[in-house]
Design a protein around this ligand. Structure first.
Ligand code: HSE
Length: 298
């Protein structure tokens, strides 16, 4: 009648795939305990780590749980305990992890009536509360694992993409907070056809490269010419970090989700470690605190 969940952090956009591509980071995540109760309804009974609302309708995990609860109409209720480890506003899918954990746990306790796409659909309601937009590019990799592509949100259509054997991510998180809603506000409403062509060519070639384990093509495809020029202004020393990471052998370096975290991909753990060292060096020369992680992508 009770289940403990690890709800992973995720990297959305993956440079060229704004709002569609994402991958899962299994080295970082929240923990949640979901418990069946006789009393009906959804209650959040414990929150640890960060100051988040207990009121179900105002809590991301609560809102997604309610969406599923209203659909399932079960003969029981649920209690949710949240052990929040992913800092909100850090750019690695903090709200998505919350939104996914509750519905994943409830689905297990109900005997798995819903498939992964349906779970993502419920979780989108929670994500929308946090970021004021119904995107699923953090939710899908948190539920499916590895790389995912959200082909459409209405109807929700998610495609899993294979991960090359030896692919690592290094993620640095400078300790400033950027709200996804703010980072979306500054984006242009229209883009040029020329830029759109470059960007979708990169999305196509990145997906092909992941399928064929073509690391050189991953390198040539990991570029974001549309979103990065606007958002990098919100992230101090972004260009320095990127320059250092690429020099240290990163296949690419870009903003993780809506920032401020910055991710790189690399072939093999040794390069990932070198990248960690050089990225750390950039911020250690500033007064900005940071933390940095390496994750093998599975
Ligand atoms: N695709 C979203 C964005 C991810 O970049 O705004 C952040 O939640």
């Amino acid at each position: 009648t009770e289940i403990k969940i690890f709800s992973p952090a995720t990297v959305a956009n993956v440079a060229c795939g704004f709002d569609v591509l994402g991958f899962c980071l299994d080295s970082q995540g929240d923990e949640m305990i979901i418990r069946k109760t006789k009393e009906k309804g959804i209650k959040i009974t414990h929150i640890e780590g960060f100051d988040l609302p207990y009121e179900t309708e105002k809590n991301v995990a609560g809102v997604s749980a309610l969406a599923m609860y209203k659909n399932a109409k079960p003969d029981c209720g649920f209690e949710i305990e949240i052990y929040k480890r992913i800092k909100p506003g850090s750019g690695i899918g903090s709200s998505a992890a919350s939104a996914v954990g509750s519905v994943f746990g409830m689905n297990e306790l109900l005997g798995k009536p819903y498939n992964k796409t349906q779970l993502t659909c419920f979780a989108m309601k929670g994500e929308a509360l946090a970021s004021k937009s119904e995107h699923a590019d953090n939710l899908a990799p948190a539920i499916f694992g590895g790389f995912t592509l959200v082909k459409s949100t209405l109807p929700l259509d998610i495609i899993q993409i294979p991960t090359p054997q030896d692919l690592y991510a290094t993620i640095i998180h400078p300790q400033i907070e950027i709200k996804t809603s703010d980072a979306r506000e500054i984006l242009p409403k229209n883009i040029s056809l020329k830029d759109a062509i470059s960007q979708w060519a990169n999305v196509g070639s990145l997906v092909h490269a992941l399928h064929t384990s073509d690391y050189k093509l991953i390198h040539r495809s990991l570029q974001d010419i549309i979103i990065e020029p606007y958002r990098k202004q919100l992230i101090p020393f972004f260009d320095d970090v990127k320059f250092a990471a690429i020099k240290a052998g990163a296949l690419g370096c870009a903003i993780s989700g809506s920032g401020p975290s910055i991710f790189t991909l690399s072939k093999g753990k040794e390069i990932a470690q070198n990248i960690k060292d050089v990225m750390s060096l950039v911020y250690s020369k500033t007064n900005i605190d940071f933390d940095i992680h390496i994750s093998k992508i599975n």
